[in-house]
Design a protein around this ligand. Structure first.
Ligand code: SAM
Ligand code: SF4
Length: 351
């Protein structure tokens, strides 16, 4: 596949002094990471405008990807040594990975058993949902930005809306609960799309989460004034629905939740840019090629794959992971003047 080069970060941070050698996976601001995001592949079968260029990207070479055994080893270190309690598999498109069921089974065989989730575009879920559930998957988030077929084809550059809707139904049928829908709104049609999406999700019992678009597109074209922010989303939804703040404590969850029309249905709005929740962040990230990132917006990575392939033992891998997280910055800095977008786009980090 030819296309835009990823321009991988070349910087490798030296271990900062002071990372604790055991206990929770802490950073210097006192946050403990308990939620691991694992990217299984950087490949994808859609080309969402806010994520990938039309021609795709230069995919990671197969040898660079973690093997099933390497991933299983890192999951074991994460859960049994670092205190990870939640594992989310993502990508690229995780359903393109043949190891998805194996990775879920590896995670759920660990003790204490972590909760498992997948973030997917839903294409092919209709054939995989039952097997994913059987492997131990607890929950799924399906990304869907619109229920309008023309808008869908324009945003994703593929005519696959029916597959996604079938995938959602298959997930619910398989007992993956709750089924959440993640939406990023198109700057032109997004507000109309949000209203129709919420109706669709309420009708089907899916939980909608609308997320502000972030500067993680491969083309570095993001412009703040071309995106739809949380206030505008909420004001638009309020014209059509009665929204009351959900009384449940938010904890480290990024979505501000609202109860809709006095029923059991909720909608969440994730103000990742306009009202960042970095202070409560509990995430650590692993790319498909075995790099730890302490933040979506990190410009530095720690190469656990190289360490393992050079024969490092579990103590050394654990220490490197702890050092990477100890150096986690206070926040993503999008709203600061010197902000620089990371070199890897969302699809190569794992959203
Ligand atoms: N392919 C899968 C999917 O789309 O669900 C998993 C990977 S995708 C990178 C994970 C999530 O990131 C999706 O919900 C997608 O909408 C979101 N995403 C991608 N680019 C984004 C951006 N620039 N800003 C905000 N969210 C983005
Ligand atoms: Fe693929 Fe997900 Fe990116 Fe869309 S958001 S191009 S489905 S990785």
């Amino acid at each position: 596949m030819t296309g835009t080069a990823l321009g991988m970060p070349s910087v490798r941070r030296a271990a900062p002094v002071g990372a604790p050698s055991d206990g929770p996976l802490l950073d210097t601001f006192g946050r403990a990471a308990t939620d691991l995001r694992v990217s299984l592949t950087d490949r994808c079968n859609l080309r969402c405008t806010y994520c990938m260029p039309a021609e795709g990207l230069e995919w990671l070479p197969g040898d660079d990807l973690l093997s099933a055994d390497e991933l299983s080893r890192l999951l074991t270190i994460a859960v049994t040594r670092l205190g990870i309690t939640n594992v989310r598999f993502t990508g690229g498109e995780p359903l393109l990975s043949r190891n998805l069921e194996g990775a879920i089974a590896a995670a759920t065989s660990l003790r204490p058993r972590p909760q498992t989730a997948v973030t997917t575009n839903g294409i092919g879920l209709v054939r995989r949902a039952a097997a994913l559930k059987a492997a131990g998957l607890d929950r799924v988030n399906v990304s869907l930005d619109t229920v309008n077929p023309e808008h869908f084809a324009r945003i994703t550059r593929r005519d696959r809306l029916r597959d996604v809707i079938a995938g959602l139904a298959a997930a619910a049928e398989a007992g993956l609960s709750p089924v959440k829908v993640n939406a990023v709104l198109d700057p032109v049609t997004g507000l109309d799309d949000a209203v129709a999406l919420l109706r669709f999700c309420l009708d089907h019992g899916y939980q909608l989460r609308i997320i502000e678009q972030m500067p993680l597109d491969a083309g570095h074209q993001w412009q703040r004034d071309k995106t739809i922010d949380a206030d505008l989303i909420l004001n638009t939804l309020r014209r059509e629905f009665d929204l009351v703040p959900d009384p449940a404590p938010r904890g480290s969850a990024p979505a501000q939740l609202w109860r809709v029309d006095g029923g059991v249905g909720t909608v969440g709005v994730i103000a990742s840019v306009s009202d960042a929740f970095c202070g409560a962040c509990d995430r650590t990230r692993l790319t498909a090629d075995g790099q730890v990132r302490s933040c979506l917006f990190s410009r530095e990575e720690t190469d656990l794959r190289l360490l393992m392939r050079r024969g490092a033992d579990d103590d050394a891998v654990e220490a490197a992971w702890r050092a990477a997280m100890w150096a986690k910055p206070a926040g993503h800095g999008i709203n600061e003047p010197g902000f620089l977008q990371p070199d890897r786009p969302m699809s190569a980090i794992g959203g």
